[in-house]
Design a protein around this ligand. Structure first.
Ligand SMILES: NC(=O)c1ccc[n+]([C@@H]2O[C@H](COP(=O)([O-])OP(=O)(O)OC[C@H]3O[C@@H](n4cnc5c(N)ncnc54)[C@H](O)[C@@H]3O)[C@@H](O)[C@H]2O)c1
Length: 267
């Protein structure tokens, strides 16, 4: 039931982390995968991994926050593989560890533009194809941070909360057209999110890693998740095994949001 043979799937932010794991999982389940990312070398590496394993993949460079690039991504997928069936809006960035009064307007906009506007743009250009074939699946990568108020992450929490309700809204508008729209909310997953790029020194990177590991250690399953553990659920949601699911917000978080974090008091 989780085979997606001959479907064409776009995964944004597929050069690394969760998106890379989704692209590999979709390809090994039989899909033609369009790997997209702003990082060309990383995206091309994911394509090589897929083709070396016998799968079919194409790399298209695109910044999802740019309307023209998002439109080109969708049309390139359709031109190359002849159809489009699955869109995984996964590209995302963190916003640093700051309280709202410390966040600069341009930095706030950047997080909203990549995470929320990118989801809007790619969906906008994919939906006409889904409507024409009366079938399509959108999977949005939200976050547990979209379900709760997490410390020091105002723009990120706002963007992910908006993605969650956009998911529900799209499910309502397009369900009668055969389009299913769901979201996953990963918890602490072992990727380089928020630690990518030149902004962190090696010491700051180590410190950020330590904070994440400590926070993850206090959750019910007591560890960070691996990208493949999120990709397994993503594959289920875009496959026919989830044929009666739309508007669902699925946590993949090691139990993060099921309870209070009791910390020291739990011993
Ligand atoms: N890692 C976690 O703990 C975690 C938790 C919850 C949600 N998420 C979400 O999962 C998704 C994937 O994150 P990840 O943890 O794999 O991070 P990551 O940084 O390893 O991968 C994200 C990828 O997105 C790409 N990207 C960034 N901006 C882009 C843009 N404008 N256009 C296209 N691609 C762009 C990056 O180049 C990178 O390859 C994000 O939406 C993130 O918010 C991650």
């Amino acid at each position: 039931m989780t085979r997606i043979d001959h479907k064409t799937a776009i995964v944004t932010g597929a050069g690394n982390g969760i998106g890379r794991a989704m692209a590999l999982a979709f390809a090994s389940a039989g899909a033609n995968v369009v790997v997209s990312d702003v990082l060309v070398d990383d995206g091309e590496r994911t394509v090589r991994e897929i083709t070396e394993a016998g799968g079919h993949a194409l790399f298209v460079a695109a910044d999802v926050s740019d309307a023209q690039q998002a439109e080109n991504l969708i049309s390139s997928a359709v031109d190359h593989f002849g159809s489009l069936d699955i869109l995984a809006n996964n590209a995302g960035i963190g916003g640093g560890r700051l309280r709202l009064h410390e966040v600069e307007p341009d930095d706030f906009d950047r997080v909203i533009n990549v995470n929320l506007r990118g989801t809007y743009l790619c969906s906008k250009y994919a939906l006409p194809h889904f409507l024409a074939q009366r079938d399509g699946r959108i999977l949005n990568t939200a976050s547990t941070y979209g379900l709760i108020g997490a410390p020091n992450a105002p723009a990120y929490c706002a963007s992910k909360g908006a993605i969650i309700n956009l998911t529900r809204q799209l499910a309502v508008d397009y369900g009668h057209d055969g389009v299913r729209v769901n979201a996953i909310c990963p918890g602490y997953i072992d990727t380089h999110l928020g630690r990518r790029g030149p902004q962190l020194t090696p010491e700051e990177f180590e410190a950020a890693t330590a904070i994440r590991e400590k926070a993850a250690g206090m959750q019910p399953l007591g560890r960070q998740g691996q990208p493949e553990e999120v990709a397994n659920v993503a594959l289920f949601l875009v496959s026919d095994a989830a044929s009666f699911m739309t508007g669902s917000i699925v946590t993949v978080d090691g139990g993060c949001v099921t309870t209070f974090n009791y910390g020291e008091a739990s011993n």
